[in-house]
Design a protein around this ligand. Structure first.
Ligand code: AMP
Ligand code: MG
Length: 403
């Protein structure tokens, strides 16, 4: 297969990716879940005019002159409204969140009064409407303030509660099964024998998938045999995963068996090999309902491909309305060479100059095995296929990496 342009590959990965079915969850469970429906306010907030301060509810016209005196006729606290109506020359003691009594149209704050038994002397003229939160100033019944496709923040949860929703309809989390391949891989904390490599890809993949709202299933490390790779793929299907992510074994070497195993299992292969660096040997296809993303084994390639393709796929299945990474403008912090037919995703440091300009400084060594500079990078500098040589100071595009 020919190298596929990144945008075509992304379109293929996202083709037909619909939000998973919805379920009701409590507000505490809804944090960072994605709304499956628009959420209308079930009530008006505040439902009636309420005091924003502690003080006295008055008729503004009675209290415009300094040293006017009013007669105290009652008290309102939050949750305990005043039953009567305020007449001329009267005041009602009121506390924050208290319902403004009938007849009152202003609140004089406590600090601007002198109280002597039932006599309240005004020390600062009242202004109609002052210190009053009108009914519906926050929202009105029926207002749709949270939209389908929103990933709920902690602030959204407070708003949903205030709108009187004890539960919210959210999309089910996608299940992502992760299968590593490689005879050479050993777990961190063990003593690698000669030629062995410490397994690292899976840690980034699990964390990235989970931070995007997926549930992950760890299928461990398959040996470089067709049988072991096939067994891993079958376990992914049995787990009911919507997505299988494999890492390693994706190239053309004698021990790169992932594609063979997937084909034997009947995959409908959408593409193999993308016009990008790192990450050229990535593959994608469908095994029944399960979407397969076959990542290259090199740690940086595996991460960059997961960031570019797995993340949007998880977002789409999660029901999010914003599925794409936002590309930002920056200027180059150093000269870069012309590109060949592949797009480059260069690990880069970001700096903000005093004038606010964002500067992207690609690291020197871009070998796809170098994890230290991936961890230290703040962004990927995107270079289009055949982009000409560019000098320091010229505009460029970056994708910020998660923090
Ligand atoms: P492969 O694509 O299987 O040929 O792997 C390419 C390179 O990535 C080899 O040097 C592998 O040892 C390394 N590699 C593959 N999988 C992992 C992994 N899960 N963690 C760390 N390195 C890996
Ligand atoms: Mg391998």
């Amino acid at each position: 297969m020919a190298l596929m342009p990144v945008s075509d590959a992304l379109a293929a990965v996202l083709a037909g990716a619909e939000p998973l079915p919805e379920a009701m969850v409590s507000l505490n469970e809804a944090y960072h879940r994605v709304l499956a429906r628009d959420v209308p306010a079930l009530r008006t907030q505040p439902p009636e005019a309420m005091s924003a301060m502690d003080g006295y509810a008055v008729r503004a016209s009675d209290a415009t002159k300094l040293d006017s005196t009013l007669t105290l006729i009652g008290e309102v606290a939050a949750g305990r409204p005043f039953a009567g109506t305020l007449g001329p020359g009267e005041a009602v003691r009121i506390f924050t969140g208290g319902v403004i009594p009938n007849g009152a149209d202003a609140v004089v704050i406590q600090e601007d009064t002198v109280a002597d038994g039932k006599r309240i002397t005004i020390k600062e003229a009242a202004i109609a409407g002052r210190h009053i939160r009108p009914a519906g100033v926050d929202f009105s019944e029926g207002d749709v303030l949270l939209r389908k496709g929103t990933r709920l923040t902690e602030r959204d949860l407070a708003l949903a509660a205030a709108m009187n929703h004890p539960q919210l309809a959210v999309c089910r989390r996608p299940k992502v099964a992760i299968l590593a391949t490689g005879d050479e891989l050993v777990m961190p904390g063990t003593t690698p024998a000669h030629g062995q490599i410490v397994y690292s890809n899976g840690y980034a993949l699990h964390a990235l998938a989970r931070s995007e709202g997926a549930d992950t299933i760890d299928l461990g490390i398959a040996a470089d045999t067709l049988e072991a790779t096939t067994a891993g793929i079958r376990r992914a299907r049995e787990s009911g995963a919507e997505i299988l992510v494999t890492s390693g074994g994706a190239s053309v070497g004698d021990h790169d068996l992932v594609q063979q195993a997937l084909r034997d299992e009947g995959i409908a292969m959408a593409f193999w090999k993308i016009a990008m660096r790192p990450g050229k040997p990535m593959m994608h296809g469908r095994l029944g309902a399960m979407r397969v993303i076959g990542l290259p084994g090199n740690p940086v390639s595996s991460y960059v491909c997961a960031f570019l393709f797995l993340v949007p796929l998880i977002r789409a299945l999660s029901g999010r309305s914003m599925i794409h990474h936002r590309q930002e403008r920056a200027v180059l912090g150093r000269d870069v060479d012309a590109n060949d037919m592949r797009a480059d995703y260069l690990r880069a440091h970001l700096e903000t100059r005093d004038d606010g300009t964002l500067v992207a400084l690609p690291v020197k060594h871009q070998d796809s095995s170098l994890l230290a500079n991936l961890a230290a990078a703040q962004a990927l500098l995107v270079r289009a296929p055949f982009a000409p040589k560019a000098e320091a100071g010229s505009p460029c595009e970056v994708l910020r990496l998660p923090v």
